[in-house]
Ligand binder design. Structure first.
Ligand SMILES: [Fe+2]
Length: 244
């Protein structure tokens, strides 16, 4: 089965639209979302509407989603992230907030596990190094776990005698070893932070056991313009240009 895997949309509807179009072109009908639909960007309502309309979607909330729906305290947020949320929060309906509040922080099924931060600390850990990966192995059972949060497309592999970590370059297809366990991060749709401003997402093939990152161009200037019109913090507008 083919899955479209995506994360950290962060209210960037222009980017989400292109990502969903790309999944459609690739005949993908199953979706995995690793959280953070809202926060930072100008169109949280549009993003939520599109995501809530997806069939065959497995989804967990991110820390921004949890703050917006009142499940998590905003005290760890930096001032610009907080301001961005305050500016656009009012656009969300009660049904949208209820949807975010209803999502489980951690999903584990026969195919895969799914969490925003890490299996150990669902909403808060940025899992970016081998030591963290090893410390998380006992907190999930399946062969594959999908995460988001760091906005960095990368993967970890564990098998007897060794751990391997790597970033994933554009178009690179990771062919999985059937005896190993993996954590995959598809990168960020709406606010990439690996120096590449293109949207990041991935295709997971559960039959042939592969994971491939795609980078997708979108109308970044339109997103930036909307942010400007809504008087969102300038650093959040500027960073989209650099992918940082
Ligand atoms: Fe995020």
């Amino acid at each position: 089965m083919l899955y479209g895997v995506f994360s950290d949309v962060h209210s960037n509807f222009q980017a989400l639209e292109k990502v969903l179009e790309t999944f459609k072109k690739n005949n993908i009908e199953n979706f995995i979302c690793c959280g953070d639909i809202v926060g930072y960007g100008p169109q949280p309502g549009e993003c939520l509407k599109a995501i809530m309309a997806l069939k065959n979607l497995t989804i967990v909330p991110g820390n921004h989603d949890a703050v917006v729906c009142g499940k998590m305290d905003a005290k760890w947020f930096n001032p610009s992230a907080l301001l961005a949320i305050r500016i656009v929060n009012e656009e969300l309906s009660g049904a949208m907030l209820g949807y975010l509040a209803s999502l489980p922080d951690f999903v584990e099924n026969e195919e895969f596990s799914l969490v925003h931060g890490s299996p150990k600390k669902h909403l808060t850990e940025y899992l970016i190094n081998e030591e963290q990966f090893l410390n998380n192995l006992e907190f999930w059972k399946s062969a594959v776990c999908f995460i988001g949060h760091s906005h960095l497309p990368m993967y970890f592999q564990y098998r007897e005698g060794g751990v391997f970590k790597d970033g994933i370059t554009v178009g690179q297809k990771i062919i999985m070893d059937k005896t190993a366990r993996y954590i995959f991060n598809p990168g960020s749709v709406g606010q990439p932070r690996d120096g590449n401003p293109l949207s990041s997402c991935a295709i997971y093939d559960s039959d042939n056991k592969s994971f491939q990152i795609l980078r997708i161009a979108y109308d970044r200037e339109k997103t930036q313009q909307l942010m400007k019109e809504k008087k969102m913090p300038q650093p959040l507008i500027d960073r989209l240009r650099f992918g940082l």
